[in-house]
Design a protein around this ligand. Structure first.
Ligand SMILES: Cc1cc2nc3c(=O)[nH]c(=O)nc-3n(C[C@H](O)[C@H](O)[C@H](O)COP(=O)(O)O)c2cc1C
Length: 192
């Protein structure tokens, strides 16, 4: 599939198949992240891949899923992420203000490379980074910049035309609908 098609197809996935992701695929994702653009080529990001079945439920318990429809967007038992990738940046890194930008670029590489392998993902926020740090032995001098949940998709969210609300919803068949603003609304040529 072309990069364009992958970018259009990609949706955040919150319901996964109970199938392990080969470690090589996760490593491939991080390898793609390794080569993202980086301010002054400082390459500040480091990564932890988590696929240990003891750790997965611990991380799961720190995540808030799908805020607009809570708790309907929570991955049910047996459909939870099969891996996570956590991105870290050492505190005090030069150009620290760009850290989220660096993490965002890396995240999209991971997301698209995973999708090319049939692996879905969701960028998630963890509400207890102290616990996450302790669980993963992340040194105090690293900031946690990024957490991605991954697994083979067990849902197919649908893009909807934006009609005044950005809130996604689930229908009676449990299908997630995600409104997106139209191209003509967000694109300006030459001048705003
Ligand atoms: C910075 C950021 C934080 C997010 N945090 C969460 C989160 O904590 N939990 C969650 O379920 N989804 C989270 N998401 C996923 C968004 O809800 C999702 O991208 C949005 O609803 C649009 O859906 P789409 O990714 O399918 O296009 C986050 C996405 C981004 C970019």
């Amino acid at each position: 599939m072309s990069t364009y098609d992958l970018a259009l197809k990609r949706r955040s996935i919150r319901r996964f198949k109970n199938i392990p992701i080969p470690y090589e695929i996760l490593e491939r994702c991080v390898n793609a992240a390794r080569l993202t653009p980086s301010g002054a080529n400082l390459q500040p990001l480091e990564y932890v891949i988590i696929d240990d079945e003891q750790l997965l439920p611990e991380i799961f318990s720190m995540i808030r899923w799908a805020g607009y429809i809570r708790p309907a967007g929570n991955p049910p038992a047996g459909h939870q992420p099969m891996a996570y990738i956590v991105g870290l940046i050492k505190k005090g890194t030069k150009y620290e203000a760009s850290s989220y930008f660096e993490a965002g670029l890396a995240a999209e590489n991971i997301i698209l490379v995973a999708l090319e392998e049939g692996v879905g993902s969701c960028r998630v926020s963890t509400h207890d980074n102290d616990r996450l740090r302790e669980l993963l032995n992340i040194p105090e001098d690293y900031n946690i910049m990024l957490t991605l949940a991954l697994g083979y998709p067990d849902e197919s969210p649908i893009v909807e035309e934006y009609k005044g609300s950005v809130k996604y919803w689930k229908d009676e068949d449990n299908v997630l609908h995600v409104p997106k603003r139209e191209l003509k609304e967000i694109l300006h040529r030459n001048k705003f």
